[in-house]
Design a binder for this molecule. Structure first.
Ligand code: ZN
Length: 446
């Protein structure tokens, strides 16, 4: 009996494994076929169309939402170009892998190298913008200056394209230094404000190998997302081929993102797909919708009359005596006491809560439905998981989002290097200086 149960489990697991392998082989075959002459290319697995007005802010480095990516899907982004010396090499590497990316171009760079803008477009990548002059600390600029930076950047890239088309309404603010005014302005212009899900610190003075390591480690932490790189850095040129090869080896897929147009509707998605990690029953968070403002409807309910209440009864003292079981009671029962009540008629009616207070928003409904569906699926899949785990060995960890360091860029290197986590002493190192190395190193291991 036991043997047949385990036999059944094994057969199911093997079937799942074979289907998985076939799917994986088919996907690889598809990307190789899509990239003639480059059998080892990672390719671009799919293109998603997004509506900036429906989703005005994305990127979990700053926001609660990100692109609706599946597990192991990666979106490549490059900031600060075009700078021919390095941008052209980045384009060549991407072409050799048939990988499509999004380029956030600086208006001033576009004015200096308009040909570079057209190369990005002609290679089939998404052309987006990154301000006119790449000011540092745009969040501290007067809003008028920020608006000017954003609009001039778009105008310069539009001029460089020179075909009457405008860049995609995707905007990334230099150093991700946004404020409420910038966010509101971007939304009013129908621009989608892109943060990122993880950087690789390629704007800092680190080795190409370090850029590769950070890209892969941070991706593994999140499992999917938007990678922020810079196409004007030699270390990025050096790291990119290895990043793309490793992405393919580890089963990641490249996703290309384009904006919705009247002729190209947005890819249908569910609200929870825009979260990096949809709510899990294992994570304790409050998902009940908050009531923003307590509203009352016009009709009221009558206040009950005092005579409707039956608490004011002389029988209570007698009951208390029965419960006392021989313990002497005070000569006068301490209660019921006389209570001061408002004169009859002062409260004729009570307000009725508005019906809208009891509505559950659609987003919350989706979350609740998804949670129940997952609960059912989890129960069914539990037995299969046992043998799958044996076959697959160590399962991949899904870490919670880690606080990533905000990237800076052109002209921000020095400040960024000072602020960045790497220049901050590591806990263990700090502890050594403080003579507490053993205890803190032990904590660090956890
Ligand atoms: Zn930048």
């Amino acid at each position: 009996m036991i043997a047949s149960v385990f036999g059944g489990l094994r057969r199911r697991s093997w079937t799942a494994l074979c289907v998985g392998l076939l799917t994986s082989v088919a996907a690889q075959a598809a990307s190789a076929a899509d990239c003639p002459g480059h059998p080892d290319a990672i390719g671009t697995s799919r293109t998603i169309v997004v509506d900036p007005r429906a989703h005005p802010i994305i990127g979990t480095m700053q926001y609660g939402k990100t692109l609706p990516l599946g597990d192991r899907e990666v979106v490549l982004t490059f900031d600060d170009g075009p700078l021919p010396k390095y941008s052209n090499q980045i384009l060549d590497i991407l072409a050799a892998h048939c990988a499509k990316a999004t380029f956030f171009l600086v208006g001033r760079q576009a004015n200096a190298n308009p040909e570079g803008v057209r190369k990005v477009r002609d290679a089939g990548h998404t052309v987006a913008t990154h301000s006119q002059n790449h000011p540092t600390g745009m969040d501290r600029l007067p809003l008028d200056r920020s608006r000017q930076e954003i609009e001039q950047g778009i105008a310069s890239v539009t001029a460089a394209l020179a075909d009457g088309t405008a860049p995609a309404p995707f905007l990334r603010i230099p150093g991700l230094r946004v404020n409420d005014g910038i966010e509101e302005f971007a939304a009013s212009k129908g621009l989608q404000l892109w943060s990122a899900d993880f950087p690789a610190d390629d704007w800092r003075n680190v080795s190409a190998n370090r850029v590769y390591e950070l890209a892969m480690q941070r991706l593994e932490q999140k499992g999917k997302g938007i990678l922020l790189l810079h196409d004007i850095q030699p270390r990025t040129v050096a790291a990119l081929p290895r990043i793309l090869r490793e992405l393919k080896t580890r089963g990641y897929r490249i996703v290309h993102v384009v904006p919705a147009t009247p002729d190209r509707p947005a890819t249908p998605t569910e609200p929870q797909q825009w979260q990096l990690h949809p709510p899990s029953e294992m994570v304790a968070v409050s998902r009940w919708p908050k009531i923003p403002k307590f509203a009352f409807a016009a009709p009221t309910l009558p206040v009950p009359a005092l005579s409707d209440l039956d608490w004011h009864t002389t029988d209570l003292g007698a009951r208390a005596a029965r419960r006392a079981r021989g313990v002497p009671l005070p000569p006068v029962a301490p209660w019921p006491r006389q209570t001061t009540l408002p004169p009859a008629g002062t409260l004729a009616a009570l307000p009725v809560p508005a019906a809208s207070l009891f509505k559950i928003p659609d987003s919350a409904r989706m979350t609740l439905l998804a949670a129940s569906a997952r609960r059912a699926a989890t129960a069914q899949a539990r037995s299969t998981e046992v043998s799958s785990a044996k076959l697959a060995g160590k399962s991949r960890q899904h870490g919670r989002p880690v606080a990533a360091q905000p990237p800076a860029s052109v002209g921000e290197t020095a400040q960024a290097a000072q602020n960045a986590g790497e220049t901050t002493p590591k806990p263990a190192a700090q502890a050594k200086r403080n003579g507490r190395s053993v205890r803190v190193a032990g904590l660090k291991k956890r």
